[in-house]
Every structure is written in C-alpha cells, then in structure tokens.
Design a protein around this ligand. Structure first.
Ligand code: IMP
Ligand code: MG
Length: 181
C-alpha cells in the first residue's frame, strides 16, 4: 500500500491535530444553540465515516450520528455528476441542527445535491465540515463552515479516501502515484 503513494500530504498526527481544532470550534459555535438537544452529524458513506468518527469524539456536546450513501464516483477517479441516494438517513432532521461531515470537496456536485435535499427537510440549521477542500478549477459554490485542509488538485487517498475501495485504511493522506489509476 505504502509503495503506491507518491507523496504524503498530511500525516496521522497533523490530521489528529486539525480534527481536534475543528471539534473545538464546533463545540464553541454550537454551545448555545445545541446545548440541550445536541447536533446531528451526518456523514456521506463511505469515505467520510472515518473522519466523522474522529470528529465526533472531539465535540463536547450531545451528538447523534447518522449516515447517507450516495453514488457519484463509481470506481473511477472522475466525478460523473450523477448523484443517487443509495441509503437515506435514519433520523428525522426537521428542526434539528445538522452538520454534514464530508471527506473531500472536489467538484462539489455531490454535496450540492445533498445540501438541497437535506434543506428541504427543514432542519433548524445546516452546515458543512469538510476535512479537505481540493483546489479544483471548477467547484460548486458551497459554503463550508469548517474546512480542515486545502489540498492540491491531484488524486489522493487515505484516512477514508479510496481508489477503487482501496487505501481507506491508510492512517495518513497522500497522493496516489498516477501509474496506479
Ligand atoms: P465531488 O462531487 O466531485 O465533490 O466528489 C466528492 C466525492 O468524490 C468525495 O466524497 C470522495 O468520495 C470522492 N473524491 C473526490 N476527490 C477524490 C480524491 O482525490 N480521492 C478520493 N476520492 C475523491
Ligand atoms: Mg466519497
């Protein structure tokens, strides 16, 4: 696995530090609005599940965790623009404070669709925490309240991010050697 990585972008320790900072910011920002009822963390399977699991443990408020599965990438490296809901939320989010935890914002097509869909369910608030935001030339205009790292427009894997379902379990984030895909 490690031999397929051209360059490490963020080490395990750097990710842990940044996720702790993000959790701290979320705890402060939601302390008043969400003290009693807490927030609903929503992650988009499968990539964001690892990030959400770590982020949730850095938020010192009641947190519900829920999951959605959408398809946009297939097994390849390019976004198809087609978004389908494969698995919907289990909870009702009407009137709740919803925070979507995303692994990476690339074209933004997936998230754009998802946010429209979620906001039609009338949450009390709807925000996005993305671990990575790619410097993609054409990105949907999405207001991410929490961004972990900016990253280059290359194909990256690790810490939840896959190529053809592999590399999700790398503890760091790195650029995949182009000859692999
Ligand atoms: P978007 O719709 O183009 O923003 O794509 C978002 C989804 O594509 C992310 O949640 C990832 O699952 C996947 N993705 C985008 N860029 C990468 C990458 O560099 N490596 C692995 N997965 C990626
Ligand atoms: Mg994904």
């Amino acid at each position: 696995m490690h031999d397929d990585i051209a360059q490490v972008l963020f080490t395990e320790q750097e990710i842990a530090n940044r996720v702790r900072e993000m959790g701290g910011a979320i705890t402060r920002d939601y302390a008043d609005v969400a003290r009693g009822e807490g927030i609903v963390l929503v992650s988009v399977l499968r990539g964001a599940a690892i990030f959400m699991a770590d982020l949730a443990r850095q938020i010192e408020l009641p947190v519900e965790m829920d999951y959605m599965a959408v398809s946009s990438y297939g097994n390849g490296a390019k976004s198809s623009g087609v978004v389908r809901i494969l698995k919907d939320l289990s909870s009702q989010i009407e009137g709740r404070h919803v925070l979507v935890a995303e692994d990476i914002l690339d074209s933004g097509l997936t998230l754009n669709y998802l946010l429209k869909n979620l906001s039609s369910r009338k949450p009390a608030s709807l925000e996005v925490a993305t671990l990575l935001r790619k410097q993609t030339p054409a990105q949907a205009d999405i207001n991410c309240r929490y961004v972990g790292f900016e990253c280059p427009d290359e194909f990256i894997v690790g810490y939840g991010l896959d190529y053809a379902e592999r590399y999700r379990n790398l503890p760091y984030i790195g650029v995949l050697k182009p000859e692999i895909y």
